[in-house]
Ligand binder design. Structure first.
Ligand code: HEM
Length: 155
């Protein structure tokens, strides 16, 4: 990725330009690289979620429906949206709250998906893991909300 600061831009735009990417026609795209890791992780969740959907359809066994739905909605949809929001609003994307959100979301979801899969197939012993991971996931959403309220700023 080629990220450059342009001397042709007014001084107060230089910091912004440092975080933007030149397009082929030499224009400046209005996004920063900060959301890329979110978008890449989101698409991994999409592959897993869609893979589960195809398996459910092929086997006509829909037991894992809630796992499929949470991987697609928390993993793909919510993380991709976070990635796009953090790309468009770098102040929010580079904040400490964004880092905390990242770890809360990405640690909780794998535990939550796996524990949910076990619990709905009869392993009640994993209910505490499910509950704990759900609380961590919800905390991540609250941190996301706080971050947007505090750090969404137009440039
Ligand atoms: C090729 C892609 C996909 C396939 C093959 C697929 C397949 C399925 C299947 C077979 C079911 C169960 C339907 C039933 O019980 O009658 C289902 C449910 C569901 N899917 Fe997908 N799906 C796909 C993509 C997605 C995506 C991208 C999302 C969300 C972003 C999503 C969200 C849901 C939700 C919310 C449910 C309902 C869960 C429930 O009722 O507990 N799916 N999907």
């Amino acid at each position: 990725m080629n990220i450059t600061a342009s001397t042709a831009l007014p001084a107060d735009h230089i910091e912004h330009a440092e975080r933007t990417q030149r397009t082929k026609d030499n224009g400046v795209a209005t996004f920063s690289p900060v959301g890329i890791i979110w978008l890449k992780l989101a698409v991994v969740y999409l592959i897993i979620g869609v893979g589960m959907g195809i398996m459910m359809g092929a086997s006509q066994d829909f037991t894992m429906r809630p796992v499929h739905a949470h991987i697609n909605l928390l993993g793909w949809a919510t993380m991709a949206l976070a990635g796009l929001i953090y790309s468009v609003f770098p102040d929010a994307g580079q904040s400490k709250l964004a880092r905390l959100h990242f770890w809360l979301a990405n640690i909780s979801l794998p535990f939550m998906a796996i524990a949910l899969g076990f619990v709905i197939t009869g392993t009640a012993a994993l209910v505490p893991v499910l509950a704990a991971s759900e609380i961590v996931a919800a905390l991540g959403i609250l941190v996301f909300a706080a971050n947007l309220f505090l750090n969404l700023k137009a440039r």
